[in-house]
Each structure stands twice: as structure tokens, then as C-alpha cells.
Design a protein. Structure first.
Length: 118
């Protein structure tokens, strides 16, 4: 099992910045991908960004490319999401997720709220 704890959400104005963190504990040696998803009220959960643990390759949704940066610490047990130039449409609950050997995102954090005011 892998346990995830997110932090760093909050309220920010349009154009502002926030940095989310997600700390993993437990059997992290089985993790292959680490990612952020988000879910706005009344909408489905969407992929935001991911990093492959083996070589730290990164992947982004088109909607955040150039504004958000995903990274991990040297131990690869904590990931971050640096969010710049925030827009009201970025308002959502952000979830950290990690995939095991099978490639499915089976471990999820509790979510952290990000609200961008116009």
C-alpha cells in the first residue's frame, strides 16, 4: 500500500501562483508513475500532469502546458506541482495519484482545493 498526503492548495487571484506537494509513504518502490489530476464541481476528474519515476520524464495536459510544472524530490517520494499564471478555470480539487507496476492509478490522495478568483 502507498499512502499519499497532499498540501498547498488555497485561494489565489487570476495570474497568481500556487505550489502543491504530495508526500508518499509505504511501498513506494512499486510506484511507476506519479501524477496530478483535478476535478471541478459537476465535471469528471481530468489528468493534469505526470512524471515517470524511472527517468523523471514529464507529461502534461494541453490546458496546463507552459504554466504548470511537475517535479519530484531526489528520493522520488514527494512530487510537486508548480502552478503559474493561474486562471479561474483551474479552480478544482487537485488529487495526487500514483500508479503501480500495472500502470493503473490505484493510489489516491484526499485532494486539496485550489480556487482562482477572477
Amino acid at each position: 500500500q502507498v499512502h499519499l498526503v497532499e498540501s498547498g492548495g488555497g485561494l489565489v487571484q487570476t495570474g497568481g501562483t500556487l505550489r502543491l506537494s504530495c508526500a508518499a509513504s509505504g511501498r513506494t518502490e512499486s510506484v511507476t508513475f506519479m501524477a496530478w489530476f483535478r476535478q471541478a464541481p459537476g465535471k469528471e476528474r481530468d489528468f493534469v500532469a505526470a512524471v515517470r519515476r524511472s527517468d523523471v520524464s514529464t507529461y502534461y495536459a494541453n490546458s496546463v502546458k507552459g504554466r504548470f510544472t511537475i517535479s519530484s524530490d531526489s528520493a522520488k517520494d514527494t512530487i510537486f506541482l508548480q502552478m503559474n499564471s493561474l486562471k479561474p478555470e483551474d479552480t478544482a480539487t487537485y488529487y495526487c495519484a500514483m500508479a503501480g507496476i500495472g500502470g493503473l492509478y490505484e493510489y489516491w490522495g484526499q485532494g486539496t482545493q485550489v480556487t482562482v478568483s477572477s
